[in-house]
Design a binder for this molecule. Structure first.
Ligand code: SF4
Ligand code: SF4
Ligand code: SF4
Length: 256
């Protein structure tokens, strides 16, 4: 299973990773919105660099959870974990309910309000590239190897090796090794990264069981048949648009 390990102690905040992601997926600049979160992630920024005190930099992106809550919350299977473990998105299935955004414990997916037909957008772990044996764009360009790509078990071993070899340098923890069942994006750091979950302790138990049952109950209990039909109409309308020559397809799906 492939993974990314980010060692925040090596990050110099150059944002080459951010630029590489935007270039690979032709993501233009986001229009600043009043309600945008301050972490820098948007529908057009799938990774961001968060600045912390004392010139510490933390790269944020989808964690590609091993048991992703977003996938289990999606009622139409628009989010799926592929054979390499990348959590990918099929815009033709999405009906815009945003349950995935509510379910994600890391607050990752963003809604693309700037489109006539909005989509949910996030890092897709460069799925089509890694299935061809290539690297994610962000890890390929990092000048300090602060963020690296490889086999998950080897990266976990490397993370523990660095912690052990540098007493007092790192917090003795590999973020992503166990939380909510583990993830394919891992971190080691000299600062506490609990701000990435808004200070909420996650525990090691996967979330899908809880999110699936809670989210799937919503449409029938509260939203009602009218909204359900509107949602189905949304899907059909979007598919028809997509079939008109890919004009409305979001970035990252253009070559399907
Ligand atoms: S971090 Fe959030 S969006 Fe990414 S796979 Fe996990 S639950 Fe899904
Ligand atoms: S893995 Fe790919 S899609 Fe995800 S942040 Fe890196 S370059 Fe962007
Ligand atoms: S390219 Fe590497 S050093 Fe530069 S901001 Fe990204 S992770 Fe940090």
């Amino acid at each position: 299973m492939k993974a990314i390990l980010t060692d925040t102690t090596k990050c110099i905040g150059c944002r080459e990773c951010v630029i590489a992601c935007k270039t690979r997926y032709k993501l233009d600049n986001s229009i600043p919105r009043r309600w945008s979160a301050e972490d820098g992630l948007t529908a057009r920024n799938w990774t961001s660099i968060i600045e912390r005190p004392d010139s510490k930099y933390v790269r944020k992106q989808c964690r590609h959870c091993i048991e992703p809550a977003c996938v289990s919350a999606c009622p139409v299977n628009a989010l799926q974990k592929n054979k390499d473990g990348a959590v990918v998105y099929d815009s033709s299935k999405c009906m815009g309910c945003r349950y995935c955004m509510m379910a994600c414990p890391y607050g990752i997916p963003r809604y693309d309000w700037d489109r006539q037909v909005p989509y949910v957008r996030k890092c897709i772990l460069c799925a089509e590239y890694i299935s061809d044996g290539k690297q994610p764009a962000c890890t390929e360009v990092c000048p300090t190897e602060a963020t690296i790509f490889g086999e998950r078990d080897e990266l976990i071993a490397e993370a523990h090796r660095r912690i052990k070899a540098n007493p007092g340098k790192y917090i003795n923890r590999v973020w992503g090794e166990h939380e909510v069942g583990g993830s394919q994006v891992l971190y080691i750091s000299d600062i506490d990264l609990s701000f990435l979950t808004y200070g909420q302790p996650l525990g090691d138990k996967p979330l899908p069981d809880r999110t699936a049952s809670a989210m799937h109950a919503v449409p029938y209990a509260f939203v009602g048949m009218g909204s359900l039909m509107a949602g189905i109409g949304w899907v059909i309308g979007r598919r028809m648009k997509n079939e008109e020559g890919g004009k409305d397809k979001p970035e990252g799906e253009e070559n399907e």
